[in-house]
Design a protein around this ligand. Structure first.
Ligand SMILES: Cc1cc2nc3c(=O)[nH]c(=O)nc-3n(C[C@H](O)[C@H](O)[C@H](O)COP(=O)(O)OP(=O)(O)OC[C@H]3O[C@@H](n4cnc5c(N)ncnc54)[C@H](O)[C@@H]3O)c2cc1C
Length: 490
Protein backbone atom coordinates (compact mmCIF):
# COMPACT_ATOMS: atom_id res chain seq x y z
CA UNK A 1 0.00 0.00 0.00
CA UNK A 2 1.03 3.64 -0.20
CA UNK A 3 3.41 4.59 2.56
CA UNK A 4 3.84 7.78 4.55
CA UNK A 5 6.94 9.90 4.11
CA UNK A 6 8.39 8.78 7.43
CA UNK A 7 8.46 5.15 6.23
CA UNK A 8 10.31 6.22 3.11
CA UNK A 9 12.80 8.18 5.22
CA UNK A 10 13.38 5.17 7.48
CA UNK A 11 13.90 2.91 4.45
CA UNK A 12 17.00 4.87 3.39
CA UNK A 13 18.93 3.80 6.47
CA UNK A 14 19.97 0.51 4.85
CA UNK A 15 23.76 0.69 4.98
CA UNK A 16 24.09 1.96 1.41
CA UNK A 17 27.46 3.24 0.26
CA UNK A 18 27.09 6.80 -0.98
CA UNK A 19 30.43 8.52 -1.44
CA UNK A 20 30.84 12.31 -1.61
CA UNK A 21 34.20 14.09 -1.58
CA UNK A 22 35.84 10.74 -0.86
CA UNK A 23 33.78 10.24 2.28
CA UNK A 24 30.94 7.81 3.02
CA UNK A 25 27.73 9.62 3.73
CA UNK A 26 25.88 7.86 6.58
CA UNK A 27 22.12 8.03 6.81
CA UNK A 28 21.17 10.43 4.03
CA UNK A 29 18.06 11.61 5.82
CA UNK A 30 20.30 13.02 8.57
CA UNK A 31 22.88 14.52 6.24
CA UNK A 32 22.51 18.33 6.08
CA UNK A 33 22.87 18.51 2.29
CA UNK A 34 20.84 15.41 1.33
CA UNK A 35 18.13 15.84 3.96
CA UNK A 36 16.13 18.53 2.09
CA UNK A 37 15.95 16.35 -1.05
CA UNK A 38 14.89 13.38 1.05
CA UNK A 39 12.26 15.57 2.72
CA UNK A 40 10.87 16.59 -0.68
CA UNK A 41 10.46 12.94 -1.71
CA UNK A 42 8.93 12.16 1.69
CA UNK A 43 6.41 14.92 1.01
CA UNK A 44 5.41 13.15 -2.21
CA UNK A 45 4.77 9.97 -0.26
CA UNK A 46 2.73 11.90 2.30
CA UNK A 47 0.60 13.34 -0.50
CA UNK A 48 -0.17 9.96 -2.09
CA UNK A 49 -0.76 8.40 1.35
CA UNK A 50 -3.15 11.15 2.44
CA UNK A 51 -6.71 9.70 2.53
CA UNK A 52 -7.93 12.99 1.06
CA UNK A 53 -5.98 12.17 -2.12
CA UNK A 54 -6.95 8.51 -2.29
CA UNK A 55 -9.27 8.83 -5.29
CA UNK A 56 -6.91 11.11 -7.15
CA UNK A 57 -3.66 9.26 -6.54
CA UNK A 58 -4.38 5.58 -5.97
CA UNK A 59 -6.19 2.48 -7.17
CA UNK A 60 -6.87 -0.81 -5.45
CA UNK A 61 -3.97 -3.23 -5.52
CA UNK A 62 -5.22 -6.48 -7.10
CA UNK A 63 -3.07 -8.45 -4.61
CA UNK A 64 -4.39 -7.07 -1.33
CA UNK A 65 -7.08 -4.47 -2.06
CA UNK A 66 -4.97 -1.74 -0.46
CA UNK A 67 -4.42 1.63 -2.17
CA UNK A 68 -1.48 1.61 -4.58
CA UNK A 69 -0.05 4.62 -6.41
CA UNK A 70 -1.66 4.97 -9.85
CA UNK A 71 1.79 5.10 -11.47
CA UNK A 72 1.90 1.30 -11.03
CA UNK A 73 -1.41 0.81 -12.84
CA UNK A 74 -1.20 -1.06 -16.14
CA UNK A 75 -3.64 1.07 -18.17
CA UNK A 76 -6.18 -0.78 -20.26
CA UNK A 77 -8.36 2.14 -21.33
CA UNK A 78 -8.31 5.87 -22.01
CA UNK A 79 -9.92 6.38 -18.60
CA UNK A 80 -6.96 4.60 -17.00
CA UNK A 81 -4.56 6.87 -18.86
CA UNK A 82 -6.46 9.90 -17.65
CA UNK A 83 -6.40 8.65 -14.06
CA UNK A 84 -2.65 8.07 -14.33
CA UNK A 85 -2.15 11.55 -15.80
CA UNK A 86 -4.05 13.31 -13.03
CA UNK A 87 -2.11 11.46 -10.32
CA UNK A 88 1.25 12.15 -12.01
CA UNK A 89 0.34 15.81 -12.51
CA UNK A 90 -0.61 16.20 -8.85
CA UNK A 91 2.72 14.76 -7.74
CA UNK A 92 4.64 16.89 -10.26
CA UNK A 93 3.03 20.02 -8.83
CA UNK A 94 4.58 19.27 -5.42
CA UNK A 95 8.04 19.96 -6.89
CA UNK A 96 6.85 22.45 -9.54
CA UNK A 97 7.92 19.84 -12.10
CA UNK A 98 11.51 19.90 -10.88
CA UNK A 99 11.80 16.28 -9.79
CA UNK A 100 12.31 14.53 -13.12
CA UNK A 101 12.76 11.08 -11.69
CA UNK A 102 10.15 11.11 -8.97
CA UNK A 103 9.09 7.56 -7.97
CA UNK A 104 6.31 7.52 -10.60
CA UNK A 105 8.86 7.55 -13.45
CA UNK A 106 10.37 4.08 -13.18
CA UNK A 107 7.08 2.74 -11.76
CA UNK A 108 5.56 3.72 -15.13
CA UNK A 109 8.24 1.71 -16.93
CA UNK A 110 7.40 -1.31 -14.79
CA UNK A 111 3.69 -0.90 -15.58
CA UNK A 112 4.72 -1.19 -19.23
CA UNK A 113 6.95 -4.22 -18.59
CA UNK A 114 4.27 -6.25 -16.82
CA UNK A 115 1.64 -5.28 -19.40
CA UNK A 116 3.58 -7.42 -21.88
CA UNK A 117 5.40 -9.70 -19.45
CA UNK A 118 5.53 -12.59 -21.90
CA UNK A 119 8.51 -10.86 -23.52
CA UNK A 120 10.50 -11.74 -20.43
CA UNK A 121 9.51 -15.40 -20.61
CA UNK A 122 11.29 -15.70 -23.95
CA UNK A 123 14.46 -16.14 -21.89
CA UNK A 124 12.76 -18.69 -19.62
CA UNK A 125 9.48 -18.69 -17.71
CA UNK A 126 11.24 -17.97 -14.43
CA UNK A 127 12.24 -14.48 -15.61
CA UNK A 128 8.67 -13.50 -16.33
CA UNK A 129 7.65 -14.89 -12.92
CA UNK A 130 10.48 -12.89 -11.30
CA UNK A 131 9.28 -9.71 -13.00
CA UNK A 132 5.67 -10.16 -11.97
CA UNK A 133 6.56 -10.96 -8.36
CA UNK A 134 9.01 -8.08 -8.15
CA UNK A 135 6.49 -5.64 -9.64
CA UNK A 136 3.83 -6.68 -7.12
CA UNK A 137 6.28 -6.26 -4.28
CA UNK A 138 7.46 -2.84 -5.49
CA UNK A 139 3.89 -1.67 -6.01
CA UNK A 140 2.56 -2.96 -2.69
CA UNK A 141 5.57 -1.67 -0.71
CA UNK A 142 5.47 1.58 -2.71
CA UNK A 143 9.20 1.41 -3.41
CA UNK A 144 11.13 4.27 -4.96
CA UNK A 145 12.87 2.80 -8.00
CA UNK A 146 15.47 4.79 -9.91
CA UNK A 147 17.29 3.52 -12.98
CA UNK A 148 20.70 3.48 -14.61
CA UNK A 149 20.34 2.24 -18.17
CA UNK A 150 23.17 4.01 -20.00
CA UNK A 151 26.83 3.01 -20.16
CA UNK A 152 29.36 5.58 -18.94
CA UNK A 153 31.21 7.47 -21.66
CA UNK A 154 34.48 5.54 -21.91
CA UNK A 155 34.79 4.85 -25.63
CA UNK A 156 31.55 5.43 -27.52
CA UNK A 157 33.15 4.18 -30.77
CA UNK A 158 33.49 0.64 -29.41
CA UNK A 159 30.92 -1.95 -28.34
CA UNK A 160 30.73 -2.77 -24.61
CA UNK A 161 32.68 -6.01 -25.02
CA UNK A 162 35.39 -4.20 -27.04
CA UNK A 163 36.21 -1.59 -24.37
CA UNK A 164 39.82 -1.46 -23.11
CA UNK A 165 38.93 -3.69 -20.17
CA UNK A 166 36.28 -6.36 -19.74
CA UNK A 167 33.19 -5.53 -17.67
CA UNK A 168 33.81 -1.80 -17.70
CA UNK A 169 30.06 -1.32 -18.01
CA UNK A 170 27.49 -2.99 -15.76
CA UNK A 171 27.43 -6.62 -16.85
CA UNK A 172 27.17 -10.16 -15.59
CA UNK A 173 30.58 -11.48 -14.62
CA UNK A 174 29.45 -14.67 -12.91
CA UNK A 175 26.41 -16.81 -12.22
CA UNK A 176 25.84 -18.77 -9.02
CA UNK A 177 23.09 -21.06 -7.74
CA UNK A 178 21.55 -18.02 -6.05
CA UNK A 179 21.77 -15.41 -8.77
CA UNK A 180 24.16 -13.35 -10.88
CA UNK A 181 27.19 -11.21 -10.07
CA UNK A 182 27.38 -7.71 -11.56
CA UNK A 183 30.57 -5.82 -12.31
CA UNK A 184 31.16 -2.44 -14.00
CA UNK A 185 29.56 0.98 -13.89
CA UNK A 186 26.42 2.63 -15.19
CA UNK A 187 25.23 6.23 -15.58
CA UNK A 188 23.46 8.39 -14.60
CA UNK A 189 21.26 7.37 -11.72
CA UNK A 190 19.08 10.39 -11.09
CA UNK A 191 17.50 9.91 -7.69
CA UNK A 192 19.49 6.71 -7.10
CA UNK A 193 21.22 8.00 -3.96
CA UNK A 194 17.82 8.63 -2.36
CA UNK A 195 15.86 5.75 -3.91
CA UNK A 196 15.24 2.22 -2.61
CA UNK A 197 16.31 0.10 -5.57
CA UNK A 198 18.16 0.79 -8.81
CA UNK A 199 16.87 -0.82 -11.97
CA UNK A 200 19.89 -1.67 -14.10
CA UNK A 201 19.67 -2.40 -17.79
CA UNK A 202 20.86 -1.06 -21.12
CA UNK A 203 18.62 0.97 -23.40
CA UNK A 204 21.32 1.46 -26.03
CA UNK A 205 21.28 -1.07 -28.90
CA UNK A 206 23.76 -3.87 -28.19
CA UNK A 207 25.70 -5.77 -30.85
CA UNK A 208 26.33 -9.51 -30.92
CA UNK A 209 29.16 -10.30 -28.54
CA UNK A 210 27.87 -7.93 -25.85
CA UNK A 211 25.53 -10.50 -24.28
CA UNK A 212 26.99 -10.02 -20.78
CA UNK A 213 25.75 -6.41 -20.92
CA UNK A 214 22.23 -7.40 -22.04
CA UNK A 215 20.65 -7.46 -18.62
CA UNK A 216 17.66 -6.29 -16.70
CA UNK A 217 17.90 -6.52 -12.92
CA UNK A 218 16.97 -4.58 -9.82
CA UNK A 219 19.43 -3.92 -7.02
CA UNK A 220 18.53 -2.67 -3.54
CA UNK A 221 20.67 0.37 -2.74
CA UNK A 222 22.11 -1.20 0.42
CA UNK A 223 23.54 -4.24 -1.42
CA UNK A 224 27.22 -4.88 -0.57
CA UNK A 225 29.58 -3.90 -3.40
CA UNK A 226 27.23 -1.23 -4.76
CA UNK A 227 28.78 2.23 -4.66
CA UNK A 228 26.83 5.40 -5.44
CA UNK A 229 28.80 8.53 -6.42
CA UNK A 230 26.55 11.60 -6.61
CA UNK A 231 27.70 14.79 -8.23
CA UNK A 232 28.00 17.74 -5.86
CA UNK A 233 24.60 18.67 -4.49
CA UNK A 234 23.80 22.31 -5.22
CA UNK A 235 22.35 22.87 -1.77
CA UNK A 236 25.95 22.57 -0.54
CA UNK A 237 26.87 25.91 -2.11
CA UNK A 238 23.66 27.67 -1.17
CA UNK A 239 23.70 30.52 1.35
CA UNK A 240 20.06 30.08 2.40
CA UNK A 241 16.65 28.83 1.25
CA UNK A 242 15.71 32.45 0.51
CA UNK A 243 18.71 32.82 -1.82
CA UNK A 244 18.35 29.41 -3.54
CA UNK A 245 14.78 28.24 -2.94
CA UNK A 246 14.85 25.48 -5.57
CA UNK A 247 18.45 24.26 -5.21
CA UNK A 248 17.83 23.72 -1.51
CA UNK A 249 14.63 21.71 -1.97
CA UNK A 250 14.49 19.92 -5.28
CA UNK A 251 17.95 18.61 -6.07
CA UNK A 252 17.08 15.06 -7.05
CA UNK A 253 20.77 13.99 -7.25
CA UNK A 254 22.51 12.29 -10.20
CA UNK A 255 25.04 9.53 -9.59
CA UNK A 256 27.57 7.28 -11.20
CA UNK A 257 26.75 3.75 -10.06
CA UNK A 258 29.57 1.23 -9.55
CA UNK A 259 29.00 -2.51 -9.17
CA UNK A 260 31.95 -4.14 -7.50
CA UNK A 261 30.90 -7.77 -7.87
CA UNK A 262 27.40 -7.15 -6.62
CA UNK A 263 25.34 -10.27 -6.03
CA UNK A 264 21.82 -10.05 -7.41
CA UNK A 265 19.46 -12.86 -6.32
CA UNK A 266 17.51 -14.63 -9.06
CA UNK A 267 14.23 -13.08 -7.94
CA UNK A 268 15.56 -9.67 -9.02
CA UNK A 269 16.77 -10.85 -12.44
CA UNK A 270 14.38 -10.24 -15.35
CA UNK A 271 16.67 -10.54 -18.37
CA UNK A 272 19.81 -12.63 -18.30
CA UNK A 273 22.24 -11.96 -21.14
CA UNK A 274 19.73 -11.64 -23.96
CA UNK A 275 20.22 -8.80 -26.43
CA UNK A 276 16.83 -9.08 -28.12
CA UNK A 277 14.80 -9.13 -24.91
CA UNK A 278 16.81 -6.28 -23.41
CA UNK A 279 15.84 -4.10 -26.38
CA UNK A 280 12.27 -5.42 -26.60
CA UNK A 281 11.46 -4.68 -22.95
CA UNK A 282 11.62 -0.93 -23.61
CA UNK A 283 9.99 -0.61 -27.01
CA UNK A 284 7.90 -3.72 -27.71
CA UNK A 285 6.17 -3.30 -24.35
CA UNK A 286 4.51 0.02 -23.44
CA UNK A 287 7.34 0.82 -20.97
CA UNK A 288 9.11 3.58 -22.92
CA UNK A 289 5.78 5.08 -23.87
CA UNK A 290 4.31 5.16 -20.35
CA UNK A 291 7.57 6.24 -18.69
CA UNK A 292 8.04 9.12 -21.08
CA UNK A 293 4.40 10.13 -20.84
CA UNK A 294 5.07 10.60 -17.13
CA UNK A 295 8.10 12.71 -18.11
CA UNK A 296 6.03 14.93 -20.41
CA UNK A 297 3.33 15.47 -17.78
CA UNK A 298 6.04 16.50 -15.31
CA UNK A 299 7.54 18.74 -18.03
CA UNK A 300 4.36 20.67 -18.76
CA UNK A 301 3.88 21.32 -15.04
CA UNK A 302 7.38 22.80 -14.94
CA UNK A 303 6.68 24.99 -17.97
CA UNK A 304 3.52 26.32 -16.35
CA UNK A 305 5.59 27.22 -13.30
CA UNK A 306 8.03 29.13 -15.51
CA UNK A 307 5.16 30.87 -17.29
CA UNK A 308 3.75 31.82 -13.89
CA UNK A 309 7.09 33.37 -12.98
CA UNK A 310 7.07 35.42 -16.17
CA UNK A 311 3.56 36.67 -15.53
CA UNK A 312 4.29 37.46 -11.88
CA UNK A 313 7.42 39.35 -12.88
CA UNK A 314 5.45 41.38 -15.40
CA UNK A 315 2.78 42.19 -12.83
CA UNK A 316 5.19 43.17 -10.06
CA UNK A 317 7.33 45.32 -12.29
CA UNK A 318 4.24 46.97 -13.77
CA UNK A 319 5.08 46.17 -17.42
CA UNK A 320 2.02 43.93 -17.68
CA UNK A 321 0.15 47.08 -18.77
CA UNK A 322 2.33 47.42 -21.85
CA UNK A 323 1.21 45.83 -25.10
CA UNK A 324 4.67 44.51 -26.08
CA UNK A 325 4.92 42.68 -22.74
CA UNK A 326 1.48 41.16 -23.24
CA UNK A 327 2.54 39.96 -26.67
CA UNK A 328 5.72 38.42 -25.23
CA UNK A 329 3.65 36.64 -22.57
CA UNK A 330 1.19 35.52 -25.22
CA UNK A 331 3.97 33.94 -27.25
CA UNK A 332 5.45 32.31 -24.15
CA UNK A 333 2.03 30.94 -23.18
CA UNK A 334 1.68 29.47 -26.67
CA UNK A 335 4.97 27.61 -26.32
CA UNK A 336 4.10 26.41 -22.82
CA UNK A 337 0.79 24.99 -24.08
CA UNK A 338 2.51 22.73 -26.65
CA UNK A 339 3.59 19.78 -24.45
CA UNK A 340 0.33 19.77 -22.49
CA UNK A 341 -1.56 19.73 -25.78
CA UNK A 342 0.64 16.87 -26.99
CA UNK A 343 0.00 14.85 -23.81
CA UNK A 344 -3.75 15.41 -24.06
CA UNK A 345 -3.73 14.66 -27.78
CA UNK A 346 -1.71 11.49 -27.26
CA UNK A 347 -4.12 10.38 -24.55
CA UNK A 348 -7.20 11.32 -26.60
CA UNK A 349 -5.97 9.31 -29.59
CA UNK A 350 -4.49 6.45 -27.54
CA UNK A 351 -5.00 2.89 -28.68
CA UNK A 352 -5.11 -0.45 -26.92
CA UNK A 353 -2.31 -2.76 -28.07
CA UNK A 354 -2.46 -6.51 -28.68
CA UNK A 355 -1.75 -7.13 -24.98
CA UNK A 356 -4.72 -5.01 -23.95
CA UNK A 357 -2.50 -2.15 -22.72
CA UNK A 358 -3.60 1.41 -23.50
CA UNK A 359 -0.79 3.44 -25.05
CA UNK A 360 -0.79 7.21 -25.61
CA UNK A 361 -0.34 7.97 -29.31
CA UNK A 362 3.43 7.65 -29.93
CA UNK A 363 3.31 10.14 -32.81
CA UNK A 364 2.54 12.95 -30.38
CA UNK A 365 4.60 11.65 -27.50
CA UNK A 366 7.80 11.48 -29.53
CA UNK A 367 7.02 14.76 -31.26
CA UNK A 368 6.82 16.43 -27.84
CA UNK A 369 10.08 14.82 -26.75
CA UNK A 370 11.84 15.86 -29.95
CA UNK A 371 10.80 19.49 -29.54
CA UNK A 372 11.55 19.54 -25.82
CA UNK A 373 15.20 20.73 -25.73
CA UNK A 374 14.59 23.61 -28.14
CA UNK A 375 11.30 24.54 -26.52
CA UNK A 376 12.90 24.62 -23.10
CA UNK A 377 15.78 26.71 -24.38
CA UNK A 378 13.38 29.21 -25.95
CA UNK A 379 11.25 29.45 -22.83
CA UNK A 380 14.22 29.97 -20.53
CA UNK A 381 15.62 32.52 -22.97
CA UNK A 382 12.33 34.42 -22.98
CA UNK A 383 12.27 34.58 -19.18
CA UNK A 384 15.90 35.70 -19.10
CA UNK A 385 15.07 38.41 -21.62
CA UNK A 386 12.28 39.74 -19.41
CA UNK A 387 14.50 40.11 -16.36
CA UNK A 388 17.42 42.09 -17.83
CA UNK A 389 19.92 42.86 -15.08
CA UNK A 390 17.37 42.75 -12.28
CA UNK A 391 18.26 39.17 -11.28
CA UNK A 392 21.87 40.25 -10.90
CA UNK A 393 21.17 43.47 -9.02
CA UNK A 394 20.24 41.61 -5.84
CA UNK A 395 21.87 41.39 -2.40
CA UNK A 396 24.57 38.76 -2.05
CA UNK A 397 22.44 36.91 0.50
CA UNK A 398 19.57 37.19 2.94
CA UNK A 399 22.11 38.39 5.53
CA UNK A 400 22.03 41.81 3.88
CA UNK A 401 18.82 42.52 5.76
CA UNK A 402 20.75 42.21 9.01
CA UNK A 403 22.68 45.38 8.18
CA UNK A 404 20.65 48.63 8.49
CA UNK A 405 22.69 50.45 5.83
CA UNK A 406 22.26 47.65 3.27
CA UNK A 407 18.62 47.34 4.19
CA UNK A 408 18.10 51.06 3.67
CA UNK A 409 19.88 51.10 0.31
CA UNK A 410 18.19 47.99 -1.02
CA UNK A 411 14.86 49.17 0.32
CA UNK A 412 15.23 52.51 -1.46
CA UNK A 413 16.79 51.47 -4.76
CA UNK A 414 15.77 47.87 -5.39
CA UNK A 415 11.99 47.86 -5.56
CA UNK A 416 9.04 47.98 -7.92
CA UNK A 417 6.07 50.36 -7.81
CA UNK A 418 3.93 48.20 -5.49
CA UNK A 419 6.50 45.62 -4.41
CA UNK A 420 8.98 46.24 -1.64
CA UNK A 421 12.60 45.25 -1.72
CA UNK A 422 12.24 41.92 0.09
CA UNK A 423 9.40 40.68 -2.11
CA UNK A 424 11.18 41.81 -5.26
CA UNK A 425 14.43 40.11 -4.32
CA UNK A 426 12.57 36.98 -3.24
CA UNK A 427 10.94 36.64 -6.68
CA UNK A 428 14.12 37.46 -8.61
CA UNK A 429 16.20 34.96 -6.64
CA UNK A 430 13.55 32.34 -7.36
CA UNK A 431 13.73 33.14 -11.06
CA UNK A 432 17.54 33.00 -10.97
CA UNK A 433 17.32 29.52 -9.47
CA UNK A 434 15.42 28.30 -12.50
CA UNK A 435 17.29 30.16 -15.24
CA UNK A 436 20.79 30.96 -14.01
CA UNK A 437 22.05 29.04 -10.99
CA UNK A 438 24.03 25.81 -11.15
CA UNK A 439 20.82 23.99 -10.28
CA UNK A 440 19.14 25.69 -13.23
CA UNK A 441 21.96 24.74 -15.54
CA UNK A 442 21.74 21.08 -14.54
CA UNK A 443 17.97 21.24 -15.12
CA UNK A 444 18.69 22.50 -18.64
CA UNK A 445 21.05 19.58 -19.27
CA UNK A 446 18.39 17.28 -17.89
CA UNK A 447 15.72 18.50 -20.31
CA UNK A 448 18.20 18.07 -23.16
CA UNK A 449 19.39 14.57 -22.30
CA UNK A 450 17.16 12.72 -19.88
CA UNK A 451 15.74 10.53 -22.62
CA UNK A 452 18.94 10.30 -24.67
CA UNK A 453 20.62 12.74 -26.99
CA UNK A 454 18.29 14.58 -29.36
CA UNK A 455 19.43 12.43 -32.28
CA UNK A 456 18.14 9.34 -30.44
CA UNK A 457 14.83 11.05 -29.67
CA UNK A 458 14.44 12.28 -33.26
CA UNK A 459 14.99 8.67 -34.34
CA UNK A 460 12.03 7.66 -32.18
CA UNK A 461 9.92 10.36 -33.79
CA UNK A 462 10.97 9.09 -37.24
CA UNK A 463 10.20 5.48 -36.34
CA UNK A 464 6.82 6.24 -34.76
CA UNK A 465 5.34 8.71 -37.21
CA UNK A 466 2.61 7.13 -39.33
CA UNK A 467 4.19 8.39 -42.54
CA UNK A 468 1.25 7.26 -44.68
CA UNK A 469 -0.80 10.08 -43.17
CA UNK A 470 1.58 12.53 -44.81
CA UNK A 471 2.70 10.74 -47.96
CA UNK A 472 -0.81 9.61 -48.93
CA UNK A 473 -1.75 13.27 -49.25
CA UNK A 474 1.18 13.85 -51.56
CA UNK A 475 0.34 10.73 -53.61
CA UNK A 476 -3.25 11.90 -53.91
CA UNK A 477 -2.09 15.28 -55.07
CA UNK A 478 0.36 13.78 -57.59
CA UNK A 479 -2.33 11.44 -58.91
CA UNK A 480 -4.58 14.40 -59.66
CA UNK A 481 -2.62 15.60 -62.69
CA UNK A 482 -0.40 14.30 -65.50
CA UNK A 483 1.98 15.52 -68.19
CA UNK A 484 -0.92 16.76 -70.26
CA UNK A 485 -4.25 17.99 -69.11
CA UNK A 486 -4.08 21.66 -68.16
CA UNK A 487 -6.61 23.27 -70.43
CA UNK A 488 -5.93 26.77 -69.30
CA UNK A 489 -8.44 29.18 -67.94
CA UNK A 490 -11.32 30.17 -70.22
C1 LIG B 1 20.83 15.50 -15.81
C2 LIG B 1 20.79 14.13 -16.40
C3 LIG B 1 20.08 13.13 -15.75
C4 LIG B 1 20.07 11.82 -16.27
N1 LIG B 1 19.38 10.84 -15.60
C5 LIG B 1 19.47 9.56 -16.02
C6 LIG B 1 18.86 8.50 -15.30
O1 LIG B 1 18.16 8.70 -14.31
N2 LIG B 1 19.07 7.23 -15.72
C7 LIG B 1 19.82 6.95 -16.83
O2 LIG B 1 19.97 5.78 -17.17
N3 LIG B 1 20.39 7.94 -17.55
C8 LIG B 1 20.23 9.22 -17.17
N4 LIG B 1 20.83 10.22 -17.87
C9 LIG B 1 21.75 9.82 -18.94
C10 LIG B 1 21.15 10.07 -20.24
O3 LIG B 1 20.30 9.02 -20.54
C11 LIG B 1 22.32 10.19 -21.20
O4 LIG B 1 23.01 11.37 -20.89
C12 LIG B 1 21.80 10.22 -22.59
O5 LIG B 1 21.36 8.95 -22.97
C13 LIG B 1 22.85 10.67 -23.58
O6 LIG B 1 23.98 9.86 -23.48
P1 LIG B 1 25.38 10.50 -23.24
O7 LIG B 1 25.32 11.41 -22.07
O8 LIG B 1 26.37 9.42 -23.20
O9 LIG B 1 25.64 11.43 -24.49
P2 LIG B 1 26.01 10.96 -25.94
O10 LIG B 1 25.09 9.92 -26.44
O11 LIG B 1 27.46 10.65 -26.00
O12 LIG B 1 25.70 12.30 -26.70
C14 LIG B 1 26.44 13.50 -26.49
C15 LIG B 1 26.58 14.19 -27.82
O13 LIG B 1 27.39 13.39 -28.68
C16 LIG B 1 26.69 13.13 -29.87
N5 LIG B 1 27.09 11.78 -30.28
C17 LIG B 1 26.89 10.65 -29.62
N6 LIG B 1 27.41 9.61 -30.28
C18 LIG B 1 27.97 10.11 -31.40
C19 LIG B 1 28.67 9.55 -32.50
N7 LIG B 1 28.93 8.25 -32.57
N8 LIG B 1 29.07 10.38 -33.48
C20 LIG B 1 28.84 11.70 -33.42
N9 LIG B 1 28.19 12.31 -32.40
C21 LIG B 1 27.76 11.52 -31.41
C22 LIG B 1 25.22 13.26 -29.54
O14 LIG B 1 24.41 13.59 -30.65
C23 LIG B 1 25.25 14.39 -28.52
O15 LIG B 1 25.23 15.63 -29.14
C24 LIG B 1 20.80 11.53 -17.44
C25 LIG B 1 21.49 12.55 -18.09
C26 LIG B 1 21.47 13.83 -17.60
C27 LIG B 1 22.23 14.89 -18.34
Amino acid sequence: MTRPGEDYIASLDDGRTVIVDGERVGDLAKHPIFAPSVASVARLYDVSHDPANRDLMTYESPSNGQPANLAWLVPTSREDLKARRLAIEHWAKQSFGLFGRSPDHVASFFAGFVGASEWFSKGGKKYEDNLLRYYERARDEDLYLSYAIIHPQVDRTKAPHEQPEEHLYASIVDETDNGVVLRGAQMLGTGSAISNHIFVSCILPLPKGSEDYAISVSVPCGTPGLRIYPRRLYAGGATSRFDYPLSTQFDETDSLIVFDDVHVPWENVFVNRDIDITAAQFHETAAHNLGNTQAQIRFFVKLKFILGLARKLSECSGVIQSRPNQLDLGELAARVAIPEGMVLGAEGSSTVDSNGVARPNPKMLYAAMTLQPRLYQEIIFALREMTGGSMIEVPSSNLSWGDPVSEFDYGRYVRWPDTDSRERVKLLKLIWDIVGSEFASRAFQYEMFYAGSNSVVKGRSFANYPWGEATDLVDECLAGYALEGFEGVD
